[in-house]
Design a protein. Structure first.
Length: 275
């Protein structure tokens, strides 16, 4: 009877925590509504163990921003966007260059994406006996992380006043998801909340996701494989955490060694983006 009571209490507590995380992730303040973009959202509001929270309006993540309208550019101006970190491959950038307000600093960070060619990726997915294999390999790879994400942290540390920074890829899921996980980890946001933020792409990118699924189906990709490829499954991001822990011992050691976040620099980052 006692064990049953403990189990029920544990389930209720767990359910309450997940409900609180859902409320944080799907806060109405999080989504930046754009006419020509999707999955553009604020990383603000997430709590840290010391009682602070990530500042709203300073760090944004997004999917493709090549089709922004003139009104969208005004929206980006209103959030004081100063730096845009584009995580896509040169091929992706050439086909769909970012559209930005005048004066925003554009930073291209293609490390790990240089060989991303969607046609070849689709073909590989068609022939893959395990539909998750390619994505799991991507999430387990740590070799490119320093070149791709350290400059992002460098730019965050140099933002002034109320300036904000955006980082994005095409879907705002994989490369952007890993970037968000590293940034939130550096700010001491707990791992479960980070996984919830990652999974939120399934909602914030939903309309464009469906359109991409249709296009992939037209190219002959199995619908189940396509959905798996585009799904923000927390198990994918868990592989990144596990790979980092295995290679570096902990996320803290990884952030110091590869992202250059020594104790003083990490404190400076937290003081700048937590309140």
């Amino acid at each position: 009877m006692k064990k049953a009571f403990i189990l029920i209490a544990s389930v209720l507590i767990s359910g309450t925590l997940f409900a609180q995380q859902d409320t944080l992730v799907y806060n109405a303040q999080r989504a930046v509504v754009l006419e020509g973009g999707s999955n553009f959202r604020d990383l603000g509001g997430y709590p840290t163990p010391d009682g602070r929270q990530v500042q709203w309006g300073r760090i944004y993540r997004s999917a493709d921003i090549s089709k922004l309208s003139d009104q969208d550019l005004k929206t980006l101006e209103s959030v004081h966007l100063a730096v845009d970190c584009d995580l896509r491959s040169p091929e992706e950038v050439q086909k769909a260059p970012d559209r930005l307000p005048t004066g925003v600093q554009y930073v291209h960070l293609p490390a790990g994406s240089e060989h991303v060619q969607m046609a070849k990726f689709y073909e590989a997915m068609k022939n893959s006996t395990q539909k998750d294999t390619l994505l799991l390999q991507t999430y387990r790879s740590t070799e490119h992380l320093k070149a791709k994400y350290k400059p992002l942290f460098d730019h965050l540390l140099t933002l002034k006043g109320d300036e904000s920074l955006l980082f994005h890829c095409t879907a705002g899921k994989d490369r952007t998801g890993i970037g968000a996980a590293l940034v939130l980890s550096a700010l001491n946001v707990d791992r479960q909340t980070i996984l919830k933020d990652y999974q939120a792409t399934n909602k914030f990118w939903k309309a464009d996701r469906e359109r991409m699924l249709q296009g992939m189906a037209q190219q002959g990709l199995d619908p189940e494989a396509a959905r798996s490829m585009l799904d923000a499954n927390p198990a994918y991001l868990e592989n990144t955490f596990q790979a980092i822990d295995k290679k570096y011992g902990s996320m803290d050691q990884f952030l110091e060694k590869e992202m250059g976040l020594t104790a003083p620099r990490r404190r400076a980052l937290q003081d700048k983006f937590l309140k």
